[in-house]
Design a binder for this molecule. Structure first.
Ligand SMILES: Cc1cc2nc3c(=O)[nH]c(=O)nc-3n(C[C@H](O)[C@H](O)[C@H](O)COP(=O)(O)O)c2cc1C
Length: 193
């Protein structure tokens, strides 16, 4: 369905989280929806700076949002947290209520906090009234994963800093993008009917 856009809003200093963002975008585009890769204001050497900064109007007008961050001491990066602390007006207006959303993260160690980061990234989105979507276990890659990816969202392990995704990490990320875009399209067609 045309006319449906999904914002993929992420921060990536070294490029690993950007890889996941790209795989998620591929999943979004496979449904016919538009993927808008957007980043957050930060120092200029961050890998995510290849993309445009997220404009508040894009946030307000998106049909769905997928947010990604490197894990930083078990949380999303401060850049993204700071951004959400500038969204009081959007929260007061209810601009994001009932839009589908999902989250993704990367870590450098296997038990370094992917799940805690995914869960705490969901919090501002829930405060904004968004509809959080994960990855159901019908997705085969979740059953074979030994690095990144969980029911809470997409993930990747960056143990050797070699900027690659395993086949399962990639498959889960593509599936998450497809899932969020499909749900966004279904909701949009109901609203437009
Ligand atoms: C300040 C800081 C804190 C970090 N905290 C964690 C952590 O809690 N757990 C972990 O496994 N990796 C941690 N890392 C490593 C990054 O999460 C990991 O390298 C990530 O893949 C980087 O993503 P990027 O290449 O998109 O920037 C941390 C890195 C930095 C710079």
């Amino acid at each position: 369905m045309s006319g449906c856009n999904v914002v993929i809003f992420y921060f990536s200093r070294g490029g690993q989280t950007r890889l996941l963002a790209d795989a998620i975008a591929e999943g979004v585009q496979a449904t016919g929806a538009e993927a808008l890769l957007r980043t957050v204001e930060t120092d200029s050497d961050a890998a995510s700076m290849r993309d445009l900064l997220l404009d508040k109007n894009e946030l307000i007008n998106c049909d769905a949002l997928i947010m990604g961050s490197p894990t930083r001491f078990g949380h999303m990066s401060a850049h993204l947290q700071k951004f959400w602390e500038t969204t009081s007006r959007e929260w007061l207006n209810g601009d994001l209520i009932d839009k589908p959303a999902a989250v993704f993260t990367t870590t450098s160690s296997l038990h370094g906090g992917q799940e805690s980061t995914l869960l705490n990234m969901a919090l501002p989105l829930l405060h904004h009234g968004m509809l959080l979507t994960g990855i159901p276990y019908e997705q085969p890659s979740l059953h074979h994963d030994n690095a990144g990816g969980s029911p809470y969202g997409a993930g990747a392990l960056n143990a050797s800093s070699n900027l690659t995704l395993s086949a399962n990490e990639r498959a889960s990320a593509v599936a998450l993008g497809q899932r969020v875009a499909t749900i966004a399209q279904q909701l949009k067609s109901t609203k437009d009917a």
